[in-house]
Design a protein around this ligand. Sequence first.
Ligand SMILES: [Zn+2]
Length: 357
Amino acid sequence: MNKILRILILLAIAWRGSAQQKTENIVIVTLDGMRWQEVFGGVDFQLMSDKRFTRDSEQVAKKYWDADLSGRRMKLFPFFWSTVFRQGQLYGDRNQASEVNNANPYKFSYPGYNEIFTGYPDTAVNSNDKILNKNTNVLEFINHQKGFQGKIAAFTTWDVFPYILNKWRSGIYVNADVDTLRFDNPQLKLINDMQLLSAKPLGLRPDILTYIAGREYLKAYKPRVLYIAFDETDDFAHEGLYDQYLESAHAEDAMIADLWSTIQSMPEYKNKTTLIVTCDHGRGDKIKEQWRDHGQKVEDAGHIWIAVMGPDTKATGIVKTQTPIYQKQIGPTIAALLGFNFIPDHETASPIASIIH
Ligand SMILES: [Zn+2]
């Protein structure tokens, strides 16, 4: 081929690539062990009516019940169903032929978060213990790209995340459980006081403090990638407290709405930030109290969901999946949205094509 023609073609491809990619920042939020059944179906009538799981059924019904499906899910997840549904995409409604699964066989937290961020359902990752993750994750990969160094932060309720994301190797700023924010912003000092002085009914920093710390960090330091990991839904479900599980899910939806409006109010983020919300694993169905649990032996616990919204994602609402989507595709999708090809030194999956316009 003529040399000049070849250069012209390469330039055209490069121009097209940069013109297509509008995402400059990514915000990821996870709701630990949040079931797809409530995300897409709202409150469950049977669990809401069962006194073993819901102490004040009448009160919960008043707040969250609606005989109509769209009204019901809107009451529990108003941001998902008023904004993401209209402006973005939702995956995982198995009643609408939309399927997302864990690829890892374990269906609990560490293997799930490892799968999200490394794109690799490593069978050697099979414990929730504080073990340093050997696998390279996508946040660490992005942290090594030009313009992203030192611009990656994670705020997590669960104190195993520093190990999952291997903060000592990856160089990502990971603020987990009660963790002092190292700067003299009076607002951030207030958050420190609150997290140190608050009661911790679940043994960890309440999700609201994880969120506020992450939001204020975003405003002060403007990271290019921010990850916020909530925890309460999983703990309350294990306890069999269906009412509290709902309350945490509903509050987290409101925090995500607040985060989105914060993003849209800042010129550094407005119209150039993609939001991805997902979970580490699902839970069982209603039979034999299995909704409380998850893990290898719980059927359906590998059924998960993804919500996504941003400048490179078409507003198509619930996306029917021709073939099931897997959790291991999320990490490569995060990289692809920023125009990167995540090729670590382990096998990985392909990005979810329908998310990227
Ligand atoms: Zn759990």
